[in-house]
Design a protein around this ligand. Structure first.
Ligand SMILES: [Mn+2]
Length: 264
């Protein structure tokens, strides 16, 4: 048995299948962790989601910003973005089954060694608080009223965490930080949404979220994606796996027992 973590697929079905072949995935023995953003921008989102659904007993995946966008489009609370490539899912006969699977995925998953989260773990929060809010959000997404909930979660505010925020504001902050975060404003650790570039050119006033110093309760290695300009990055605290497959670069998997890297 082996565990592999895989970066942002975003509808790149052919590359997903090539990568699965390369690692020799055995669904009866292996577990695949996906960092989210399974769909959108790429050409075959429906095929990807069907494949994930088929092997769901061997797969753990968390919600990315594009997955939440798909939920919002299906729930008819978002207008179509001109760059979206999810109409095949929205028009599919089995779309309800796939959407119901997707909205039952968490924002954050953790095992004894790793935390899996699409964009990352906001470093200045107590981990138990994060896991509690993750559960509350997941309950909303799985309820019959989920379109109303999804309609209320979009927007950049609040961009600053405080224990004094009300529950709705806390949930919005956790959804934004878990699915969209790259940099924090160094002065107050608020979320920055503007700069999406490389570490080497980081503006002076910003800090990458994983360099801002972690709350001591966050004591596992964080596996994340979302940040194509960062690419593959591995230190003693984080593993970054979005290597920009949908932009013509690579799709990456890492074996979580021995850190062997696989790319197509
Ligand atoms: Mn993303």
């Amino acid at each position: 048995m082996a565990r592999y973590a895989i970066g942002d697929v975003q509808g790149c079905y052919d590359q997903l299948i090539q990568l699965i072949d390369k690692i020799g995935f055995n669904p009866s023995q292996d577990i695949l962790y996906f960092v989210g953003d399974l769909v959108n921008r790429g050409p075959q989102s429906y095929q990807v989601l069907k494949w994930i659904y088929k092997y769901q007993d061997s797969i753990i995946t968390v919600l990315g910003n594009h997955d939440i966008y798909l939920l919002g489009r299906y729930a008819r609370v978002l207008k179509a973005d001109k760059d979206e490539t999810i109409s095949d899912i929205l028009n599919a006969k089995d779309s309800k089954k796939l959407i119901d699977y997707l909205r039952a995925r968490p924002l954050v998953f953790h095992d004894s060694n790793y935390i899996l989260c699409h964009a990352g773990v906001y470093p200045k929060i107590n981990f138990n608080t994060l896991i509690y809010l993750n559960t509350v959000i997941s309950n909303h997404l799985q309820s019959n009223d989920y379109p109303i909930f999804i309609d209320s979660i979009f927007g950049n505010k609040p961009n600053k965490w405080s224990d004094n925020l009300d529950l709705m504001q806390k949930m919005k902050f956790i959804i934004n930080s878990s699915t969209r975060m790259r940099f924090l404003n160094t002065a107050d650790y608020s979320l920055d949404y503007k700069y999406k570039g490389e570490l080497a050119n980081t503006p002076l006033e910003l800090t990458p979220w994983f360099k801002a110093g972690f709350d001591p309760s966050i004591n596992k290695t964080i596996i994340f994606g979302h940040w194509a300009a960062l690419g593959f990055y591995h230190d003693n605290k984080v593993i970054s796996l979005d290597t920009g497959c949908v932009w013509g670069n690579k799709l990456t998997a890492i074996n979580l027992e021995n850190f062997d890297l696989f790319q197509v």
